[in-house]
Ligand binder design. Structure first.
Ligand code: HSE
Length: 398
């Protein structure tokens, strides 16, 4: 019998408890052991829950219990998740988490502590919800020369963009629905401002490069600036708009890491990822392109990844654990090259050819919308500066 403790009985914690009990037969067959939820740590009581008798309010009880060998931290946020994780690892307990914030901030330290204490620290559910991406990346892909990892990494914003622009639902209603469904973070600003996706791409970049770049160094834009006019323009030009996290790896250099809305050509696989679904595309040599696709948020999907980590832990122990080194910067963003969708005031019409050269004009009412040729961020800034304008809208082309 393996005794586990679940820290946090919210959407994900509830999903994990339900999955471990509802699919107990499948899980114990695969783990070659029965799993017992010995404790659930939460500030609240849950008198009507079938797990009411396991609820405790003091982490010390869990830390001091030698029968608990696995701690499942699904409470979210950096603190006290950080302190509980450190204590659990030092006490020789395996730790599994879905908490991308704490992984992005302290993953290097947790992996080191796990190594030093002969236990594992796993975080499959921290990226892409239920999509198995971290374990396959480590086991089957990293021996390739990876040039880029990019993906739709936030279920809430993809759900909102899909509801707004395919079904005409307002932003507020779409967000409220995402919250009801348990997709959004406690503070949904983390979703809509791109912070959640930023943490996830930083984690994927660390898996690929070994460097855990500080999230403050990652260029991050959310979806709040995307206008319905932009969606219409994208549609006219054969694109859709997605919030995309990118890690571009150039031989021997720091990677570019960023999160921003992008025009994605409808011929790209990422363009067909809608609703709460996420996808991660990895490009490497000699492998080519591989795409991982599935539900990026929600209790059941996230719990599936957490329990997958539990099975890996019980069957493989430490397995192939990554090593992260903390890093304060990524490659200077001004060197990143892409084409750009720009909207300027109609009065600039005469000047754009001389400043931007060949552009693809997108028919638009009362504004000047176009797509530039590929140019670096620095070249784009210089061009806009020479025009003396701030664009009405600016979205990169993937
Ligand atoms: N708020 C996150 C999302 C939850 O919407 O993707 C899963 O990490």
């Amino acid at each position: 019998m393996t005794n586990v403790a679940i820290l946090g009985f919210g959407v994900v914690g509830g999903g994990v408890a339900d999955l471990l009990t509802g699919n107990a037969r499948e899980v114990s067959a695969l783990c070659a052991d029965d799993i017992n939820i010995k404790y659930i740590l939460d500030l609240r009581d849950f008198p009507d829950s079938p797990f009411a008798d396991r609820v405790v309010h003091n982490f010390d009880i869990i830390a001091a219990d030698p029968d608990v060998s696995v701690v499942i931290e699904v409470m979210g946020g950096s603190h006290p998740a950080y302190e509980f994780t450190v204590t659990a690892l030092k006490a020789g307990k395996h730790v599994i988490t879905s908490n991308k914030e704490v992984v992005a901030n302290y993953g290097d330290e947790f992996l080191r502590l796990a190594r030093e204490n002969g236990v594992s620290y796993r975080f499959e559910a921290a990226v892409g919800g239920g999509i198995p991406v971290i374990a396959p990346l480590i086991s089957f892909i990293l021996h390739n020369k990876i040039s880029e990892i990019r993906g739709i990494l936030n279920g809430t914003t993809n759900y909102i963009l899909t509801k707004m622009f395919s079904f005409g639902v307002s932003f507020d209603k779409a967000l409220a629905r995402a919250q009801e469904k348990g997709y959004a973070e406690k503070n949904p600003d983390a979703d809509i401002l791109g912070i959640d996706a930023c943490r996830k791409i930083a984690i994927l970049a660390a898996i690929a490069t070994g460097k855990l770049v500080s999230v403050d160094a990652v260029y991050t834009e959310g979806i709040t600036q995307v206008r319905s006019e932009d969606v219409l323009a994208a549609e006219r030009a054969g694109y859709c708009i997605k919030l995309v996290g990118r890690c571009v790896i150039c031989d021997g250099d720091e990677p570019f890491i960023m999160v921003a809305p992008h025009f994605v050509s409808k011929s790209e696989p990422l363009a067909s990822v809608n609703g709460v679904y996420n996808a991660v595309e990895v490009i490497g040599k000699p492998l080519g392109n591989v795409m991982f696709y599935g539900k990026g948020a929600g209790a059941g999907a996230t719990a599936s990844a957490v329990v997958g980590d539990l099975m890996q832990t019980l069957r493989l122990g430490e397995g192939i654990a990554p090593v992260f080194k903390k890093c304060d910067k990524c490659r200077d963003f001004s060197e990143l090259v892409s084409a750009h969708y720009l909207v300027l005031d109609n009065s600039q019409k005469e000047e754009i050819a001389s400043v931007f050269g060949n552009v693809q004009i997108i028919p638009a009412e009362a504004e000047l919308a176009f797509i530039t040729e590929r140019m670096s961020e620095a070249e784009l800034s210089a061009a806009l500066e020479s025009l003396g304008v701030e664009p009405v809208s600016h979205i990169r082309i993937l």
